[in-house]
Design a protein around this ligand. Structure first.
Ligand SMILES: Cc1cc2nc3c(=O)[nH]c(=O)nc-3n(C[C@H](O)[C@H](O)[C@H](O)COP(=O)(O)OP(=O)(O)OC[C@H]3O[C@@H](n4cnc5c(N)ncnc54)[C@H](O)[C@@H]3O)c2cc1C
Length: 509
């Protein structure tokens, strides 16, 4: 039986892991390399080696009600400035499932044995800097660096800057820098789908976008219709083709949240470019035959690789397309499933809810309250997951961490008996039920019922719109009418869609 758990990393996933362990009566010890908790969200003036790094102006894509945890009191279980150097299976692993953990605090090394391990080291430590794919970059005389070293828009005044890569980071840096530089160029081979942070009536987009209602419609529609509707939604904000950033297939790449990109392109402050073919000492050349001369800076916003340098290689059978983790958490081929990977997921939703549920699932499993299926069944899970990714994202290439957020968290919750029964709620507590069906999915929804439920969960759900509106009501003016009802007219097209779908099914059947 598992009792002691080593948790590696005290970012959002690690904190949720400590809490999950305490709730289930396990003994967590969390090791954190840096001097503080928070992981990626702990800003430092300079990028520290082997640590996640963000820029000063970074704003979360997910709104506060989606990014919050339920409650904590964890510091005494966390050892700061302690790096985990090795994680190895104990010599009697096949019998006990135990692990040997070697840590370093300053110059001092320590070895300890744990019953289980939760890896919470994050996805953004090992930068990808593919210089070998850019002929001539070694001769380029300007400044070249990876986006993890970008902190503030200082030192770029009047410079010509090329940013390679159009993920969230590349676009954030472009829109921030372009007001200082003489010109920003943004290079992308594949384009991207950009959503604005502001949704209906100026409420944060995720509150109306990541709801059970929308997910239900999205999953019920035939795939082609669902893609068409997603594409229509994205292009209603601005036409991606007009701005020359369209993707071949809308959902194949992660969606990006940025408010300013279209207006910056429209103002000419950002010029879109295709892939780079080569560099010279002072210029960059592109796939369409164009070039930029007198270039000063090249920033590679080319993302990150996931690595686990402290872990035995045989534990990780990483396949970027097929995945290797059951429920995106447990390696499928291990004799004893006493190691869980937390937070290695790319949901269209908040990491806080996902990580918290993953941890609750893992600790319940360690406690013996959830059953692990056979290896064959786990492999079936991976195959099914691959099929679903093909359906949802039009490809299975390099996307094992992606999933349908709501289905994923609801499935985890169902396994550990904390999934709310929406239909029952609509009948027995209609105000709450409707708010949960049409409103955002956040952590409180999984604290309403089941083990470790929270007495304040219902109130927290009912009052979340007040908390969202509160920071905006600084002039003491009257509160607007309820957000649920302001959203209702915008739900009409969806309602008509369901009616049409039902009618079609009835006529056909
Ligand atoms: C630019 C950017 C913007 C993002 N915006 C959002 C957003 O808006 N919403 C969202 O949900 N997600 C966002 N993310 C994803 C982000 O990864 C998560 O929000 C969150 O930080 C993940 O938490 P984590 O605990 O899994 O990992 P991290 O926050 O990366 O924490 C990992 C921790 O592990 C520690 N660690 C690593 N190796 C060791 C070791 N060997 N020994 C000891 N400690 C170790 C690190 O020091 C770190 O503290 C963003 C990511 C980036 C890069």
């Amino acid at each position: 039986m598992v009792k002691t758990v080593a948790i590696i990393g005290a970012g959002m996933s690690g904190l949720a892991a400590v809490k999950g362990c305490l709730e289930d009566g396990l003994e967590p010890t969390c090791f954190e390399r840096t001097a503080g908790i928070g992981g990626l969200w702990r800003f430092t003036e300079n990028a520290e080696d082997d640590c996640p790094s963000i820029y000063k102006s970074l704003v979360s894509n997910a709104s506060k009600e989606m990014m919050c945890f339920t409650h904590f009191q964890l510091m005494k279980h966390i050892q700061l400035k302690t790096t985990v150097c090795h994680v190895q299976r104990h010599s009697d692993f096949s019998m006990t499932g135990k692990w040997v953990i070697v840590t370093k605090t300053g110059e001092e090394s320590n070895t300890a044995i744990f019953d289980a391990v939760m890896i919470c080291t994050g996805q953004y430590i090992q930068p990808v800097l593919p210089l070998e794919s850019f002929p001539g970059i070694d001769k380029f005389r300007g400044k070249v660096f990876h986006s993890r070293h970008y902190k503030r828009p200082v030192g770029f005044d009047g410079k010509k800057v090329l940013i390679i890569g159009m993920g969230n980071t590349g676009v954030d840096i472009s829109t921030e820098l372009c007001t200082r530089t003489s010109q920003v160029y943004l290079s992308t081979k594949r384009g991207v789908c950009v959503l604005r942070r502001l949704g209906e009536e100026g409420y944060p987009l995720d509150l109306s976008f990541i709801t059970r209602f929308r997910n239900y419609i999205h999953c019920s529609l035939p795939t082609a219709l669902a893609r068409l509707s997603a594409s229509r939604y994205a292009n209603q904000q601005f036409n991606h083709s007009l701005y020359n950033i369209q993707t071949e297939s809308i959902l194949s790449k992660e969606l990006l949240v940025n408010e300013e990109l279209p207006s910056r392109i429209l103002a000419g402050l950002i010029i879109m470019k295709p892939g780079v073919t080569r560099f010279t000492e002072t210029s960059a050349h592109f796939a369409d035959g164009t070039s930029i001369d007198d270039l000063d800076v090249v920033i590679f916003a080319t993302g990150y690789d996931i690595t686990f340098p402290f872990l035995e290689e045989s534990v990780i059978k990483m396949d970027p397309s097929k995945g290797f983790l059951y429920k995106k958490m447990f390696p499928v081929n291990l004799q004893k499933p006493t190691i869980a990977f937390i937070g290695f997921i790319q949901p269209i939703g908040a990491i806080a809810v996902t990580a918290e549920l993953q941890c609750r699932w893992a600790t319940k499993f360690f406690k013996g309250l959830v059953k692990m299926p056979s290896t064959e069944e786990m492999k079936d899970y991976l195959a099914e997951d691959e099929k679903l990714r093909l359906k949802w994202f039009e490809t299975t290439q390099q996307n094992w961490r992606r999933t349908n957020y709501i289905k994923y968290v609801d499935d985890l919750a169902a396994d550990i008996n904390v999934k709310p029964n929406i239909w029952k709620l609509i009948l027995t507590d209609p105000v709450l039920g409707f708010k949960m069906f049409f409103g955002p999915i956040n952590g409180y929804q999984y604290r309403l019922t089941g083990p470790h439920k929270w007495i304040g969960a219902r109130e927290a759900i009912l009052t979340q719109w007040d908390r969202i509106e509160k920071p905006l009501r600084t002039r003491g003016m009257k509160k607007p009418c309820s957000s649920l009802f302001t959203f209702l007219p915008s739900l009409m097209p969806w309602f008509l869609c369901i009616v049409a779908l039902c009618a079609a099914i009835l006529i056909k059947g």
